[in-house]
Design a protein around this ligand. Sequence first.
Ligand code: C2E
Ligand code: CA
Ligand code: CA
Length: 715
Amino acid sequence: MRAIPGWRFLLVIVLPIMLATLSAVGLTYDLLWQVETSSNVAERARNTMTLQEVFDTDLAELQRITRENARWEDAVRQTAGTVNAAWFRSTWGQSISVGSVYDIAAVVDATNGEILAHNLSEKSDSASFENLAGLSFANARNGIALATDDSQIIAGHVITHWGPAAVSIAAIRDPVNGLAANGRYLLLLRAYSERRLANLSRRHLLMGLHLDTVAAESQADLRLQGLPGAKPLHVTWLDKNMGAFLTRSGWQKSALVLAFLVLVMSGIAIVCLRLLRQLSEKEEQASYSAAHDHLTGLSNRRSLMTELKAMAGQPHALLFADLDGFKEVNDSFGHEYGDRLICMVAKGLEQLTPKARLVGRLGGDEFVVLFEGMGGLPRAKECSERLIKMLAQPFNMEGRMAAVGVSVGISQAELGIDENEVLRRADIAMYRAKADGKNRFSVYDQSFDHERQENIAIAMELKKILDHRNLDIAFQPVVSARNGAICGVEALARWPKSSARQVTADRFVAVAENSGLIDQLGALILEKACAAAKAWPHIRLAVNISAVQLNNPRFVEQSLNIIASHGMSPNRLEFEITETSLIQDAERAKHVFKALQGVGIKVALDDFGTGFSSIGYLRRFQFDRIKIDKSITSQLLTSPAELAVVQGVLLVARGLSLEVTAEGVEKEEEAQVLRLAGCTELQGFHYYKAMEAKDVTHILTQNRAQPPTLTQVVA
Ligand code: C2E
Ligand code: CA
Ligand code: CA
């Protein structure tokens, strides 16, 4: 399995997850921070309000009580002169134990601030107002003078001898009767002792509650109403910091949520990682299938083109192989066997080419091998030879033998040609190998291109010719070796003279074979030959049959129909078939021959002595005749080896009771040698060239009147 690139994983999964987690943490932090700040602000405001209220209420109450006690007729009377100590103790001095609104009550002399009566225990220390409140009474009383309300009362917070306290002072008088104890004031003091402050702290959930003349920095602070002339008092305390408390618990919960989030994200990351892996596996599979042939696992056309492109400018050679006769295997064995055969060929090809840069299948029965380097061409040639040899052996397909051949084209890299051209050239060279008789290789040459263009043009024209049934047929008489009498004619197709071009029979027959026109061409030739041969009922008619025609499953049936439609006796007919064509599908050929011979049509082995001829062949197929090729005949007089071949063949033929015709007889000497060796019939320019049907008729009528000579030649 291919690993996912680290950066990709980082980019696609880890980074977003980290970003998401970080932003979650950031958002949470921001939220909690806001909660903390705002709840701290709210807490401080609330505490400030509470304390303000507490101290204000205390002071107001102290003020109220001071007012009520100072406006009293009896009080005026008892304090105006020498203060009645007993009265004082029983009234103001006693009240302390009853309520706790004030701790200290005193009657103060306004002139010097002396305390005239009080409920204090340490008398000496607190004999004067100044001792008590830390400021001169005159200063404090100024406030009374400034007070606008009729009560002539002042109150405020101040640091006293007993620590911080609320102090309230009022002139003692009786507004009802208009009496006043002049210069006498009632002072009530409520001390904020440690205990009281602790109580307050507890009640209002405040810590470090403290009163002082200086405001403590970084602490909550409330400025209290002071006494005139005195430094103002500040209440300071420590907020409980509810915000922090909230955030703390918030953080705890957030930590849980975050932990959960991280867990979920990790889960997602793992799932994503798996998905990514699967994806890259699929991608890999897809790119493998995109570059390989699904059946054989070889490279496909696409990878070939990529490789060829990559090798542009470097020397290389391309081998292009196309199986011959694969279609027949497919048709007669079935596609499953066809596929198996393709796989076997692929495997064999791979074994043959361990050093190739690429071995591929372009589809169907087309294979390619790419060789790199200067040695590419010789290696491609060697590989072609070995491939042809390998495929010459029939394949054993579970007991059934299948034979295919192969035609190979080779092209080479060249300056200025691209990958498509390299492939096209190999393809053209392969077609050339096929046209040359298959089971061979050919190396691309520029002339092939011209030839191919021409072949295309020929095929197009041939199609028209066939549609118009415009083909000409020439007949070449075959004579008896014994007396020179015409015993048959061979029908030879001729390109119509009306055409602007001249095309030899070899050429247009090959074009027809390669362009799917051969069945139509063969049928037309047979028809025309039969039609013409009606005029010569006493001689044999030989017709050439292309190997490709044997692949047509209706070949026998169609041929018999044509023969019958012309009222031709099958016994007069002979089909000539070249030996190379038989190799491809021997079983099929045998089958066709049997069918033909069954109705009386004879079968001749044409072009004997070229290609793959062997005596074994003659035994395997039950031919009626052998036609010794003109290339052998032409060498008879000069080459003893060729003569030996002919003599050997004739011996075997006699053993198998085969007739033997020698073609291409151009000289009387050749005719003599052949006659002596045992040839029964002779054919060649020495006797007759191929001629029009009417000329055959003419010769035949002449010959009937006048017995032929052995050397009669018709130009
Ligand atoms: P083939 O069947 O071997 O035909 C004999 C060829 O040899 C003919 O050439 C004929 O004109 C030529 N020939 C005959 N006597 C002599 C001679 O003394 N010296 C020389 N040098 N040549 C001689 P052609 O007509 O050009 O045909 C060439 C080949 O084309 C034939 O070879 C055959 O393979 C193919 N062909 C011709 N007509 C047909 C046809 O109707 N059907 C098929 N399937 N193939 C045909
Ligand atoms: Ca022939
Ligand atoms: Ca021949």
